[in-house]
Unconditional design. Structure first.
Ligand SMILES: [Zn+2]
Length: 280
């Protein structure tokens, strides 16, 4: 064997070993978190918030009146046009009322689908995370800060109370405005936020949409209802009747609620139609 052929053979073996050691998913042509444009076609959210995808997603601009996007490098600024409109509408309210600038965290990937870390939902272009903390209009974050900054937590006292330093009337108004849009399905927040809203806005119908949940101490998570005429989009069951300012809220302040439930529920298989969305 010549030097040349043995070197070639070594290269071949090394390459083959590297290929075989890759996880199966990594070998397929495209992955949900690859950098790619949205799938062409009319906007369609397909499947569940926790197992689905989107065709015809739109990119949220980097900044606009009353908002800036965060961690743009992660490529999670895509959503259903209804979600883009929602964020721009909420930003407009912040801007008009001079409440500060919203920091918009993750929406979804260009074609939705599972996100490698952090979230189970955000798969159909209808979920968005928004920081409670508002950037001062006089000093918006720089592009670098928007990649690295961490949002402050709104809670204190073992997570049972809101921090008076962080939680102000502006955050109350943000929640009222965010929940006021007709197409909002739910908003997830840390339980002390829900408690403050129950006190501040007694009897408000929109309180029903605001759901206490684990985490969500630094951001609110807005979920829109399936857009009209989107037959493959699956809504989750509506929140229970009533404003939720009752014993179900009190439960969140018990010892039992302090730890999130263990064990993961079985993931629902992704709808067949999503394979075509990914392959486009
Ligand atoms: Zn979220």
């Amino acid at each position: 064997m010549t030097m040349k052929t043995s070197a070639l053979r070594l290269l071949l073996i090394l390459g083959l070993t590297a290929l075989l050691s890759m996880p199966v998913a990594a070998r397929s042509a495209k992955r949900w978190n690859d950098k790619m444009p949205p799938a062409a076609g009319a906007p369609r959210s397909i499947g569940l918030y926790t197992s689905g995808c989107i065709q015809g997603a739109q990119a949220l601009p980097s900044t606009g009146p009353g908002f800036q996007t965060i961690r743009r490098s992660r490529q999670r600024f895509f959503g259903h046009p209804a979600l883009i409109q929602y964020i721009q509408g909420l930003g407009q309210i912040m801007d008009t009322e001079d409440l500060g600038i919203l920091s918009i965290g993750d929406l979804g990937q260009a074609r939705g689908g599972p996100i490698p870390s952090a979230h189970r939902s955000h798969q159909t272009g209808l979920d968005v995370d928004i920081w409670f903390w508002l950037q001062p209009r006089s000093r918006p974050m720089t592009t670098t800060e928007r990649e690295t900054a961490q949002p402050p937590s709104m809670v204190t006292n073992g997570r049972l109370a809101l921090s008076p330093k962080q939680w102000t009337p502006r955050q109350m108004r943000l929640m009222e405005a965010a929940a006021g849009f007709e197409n909002v399905e739910r908003i997830f927040v840390t339980p002390p936020v829900k408690q403050a809203l129950c006190k501040g806005y007694p009897g408000a119908a929109w309180l029903r949409k605001v759901r206490p949940w684990w985490g969500h101490r630094a951001h609110l998570h807005v979920r829109l209802r399936c857009p009209h005429g989107d037959p493959a989009c699956v809504n989750q069951p509506p929140p229970p009747e009533g404003d939720g300012c009752d014993a179900t809220l009190a439960w969140w302040f018990t010892d039992e609620a302090r730890r999130p439930p263990r064990g993961k529920s079985k993931p629902t298989p992704m709808p067949e139609a999503c394979q075509a969305v990914l392959a486009k």
